[in-house]
Write a protein that binds this ligand. Structure first.
Ligand code: TMO
Length: 312
């Protein structure tokens, strides 16, 4: 009996590829996928998890901080990070890579921007003449003042876990500190609630936002700040008076993933979502009010032509 069990286990761990070369099968250990606090990332977690499951892999989801996750991947607690946004996460990603244990598993085709901006109707109605040039902000703090902003314009940043003091640093570096104050939203959903209420009240609002996102379809205009250059941020030794980079969106993985799950890793390395795909994923949650898991299942069912080819 013992011999037979060992034999079966051994036999099932070997597959023959088309070229006739023996290949190890994927481990039955779960692939650990992190869950962060914005909608496309949560939906894409379930999309990618569903792709892995369709190939026979086991998957586990864990809530994770979007900066600390790269260290968790390096340490082996998390297997992948499927939305590495250059502007907000590039630093943590490269720091972990330099220490060893984390690999670059490729780049999505979507280009990204994470930046302050206004709903486009604010520009169409000329609430702050000169926008989207940032210098217009020097003359219209009153249009963006709120009950909690102490007479200054309110610059509504996302949750502080996304970029720390990047925006307060920028406001100070651009000499806007006397007129503008940065407030942090508690959640991504609070940003969308603010967009909706500002529109209803016909009141100007400036929020942190990004593309790809569901707001691309509604019209959102990013403010044009002094151009980003390598090293311009305070964390990188600069004075902080620059905007965000027009960036990439990468996929990170544990260096062990290609060996533990060769087939799943091969699919993962081929996954490339574009701006439309990512906007759809966010919209399923932020406009259609689905849960992330349900949204992921719906997206997979409606887009087999996009993802099935990556599993082959
Ligand atoms: C990382 N994010 C897309 C929320 O800017």
């Amino acid at each position: 009996m013992k011999f037979r069990n060992t034999f079966i286990a051994g036999a099932s761990a070997i597959l023959l590829s088309a070229t006739g070369v023996a290949k190890a099968a994927d481990s039955t250990q779960p692939i650990v996928i992190p869950l962060h606090n914005w909608s496309s990332q949560l939906v894409m977690a379930h999309v990618i998890g569903g792709i892995f499951e369709s190939m026979g892999s086991n998957v586990e989801y864990v809530p994770a901080d979007s900066q600390a996750v790269y260290e968790s991947i390096r340490n082996g607690d998390v297997t992948i990070s499927h939305e590495v946004w250059q502007s907000s996460m590039g630093g943590s990603f490269y720091n972990a890579m330099a220490k060893g244990g984390l690999i670059d598993a490729g780049t999505h085709s979507a280009a990204t921007l994470e930046e302050m901006g206004v709903p486009t109707w604010v520009i169409d109605e000329n609430l702050c003449p000169g926008l989207p040039n940032w210098e217009a902000l020097k003359n219209c703090k009153d249009v963006f003042a709120t009950a909690d902003s102490g007479g200054k314009g309110r610059w509504l940043e996302g949750p502080q876990s996304w970029h720390g003091t990047l925006m307060p640093d920028r406001v100070a570096a651009l000499g806007l500190g006397d007129d503008w104050t940065v407030k942090f939203a508690g959640t991504g959903a609070a940003l969308w609630a603010e967009l909706a209420s500002a529109k209803k009240e016909g009141r100007g609002t400036i929020i942190f936002n990004w593309t790809p996102n569901f707001t691309d379809a509604e019209g959102f205009t990013f403010i044009e700040f002094p151009e980003y250059t390598d090293g311009c941020r305070i964390v990188d030794g600069g004075d902080g008076s620059c905007g965000s980079p027009k960036g990439w969106l990468k996929k990170a993985a544990s260096y062990k993933f290609p060996k533990s799950h060769p087939a799943a890793y091969s699919a993962y390395s081929k996954i490339s979502f574009n701006t439309t795909h990512i906007g759809q994923m966010a919209a399923l949650v932020d406009l259609e009010n689905l849960g992330a898991e349900e949204a992921g299942a719906k997206w997979l069912a409606e887009n087999e032509a996009v993802w099935k080819r990556w599993t082959k």
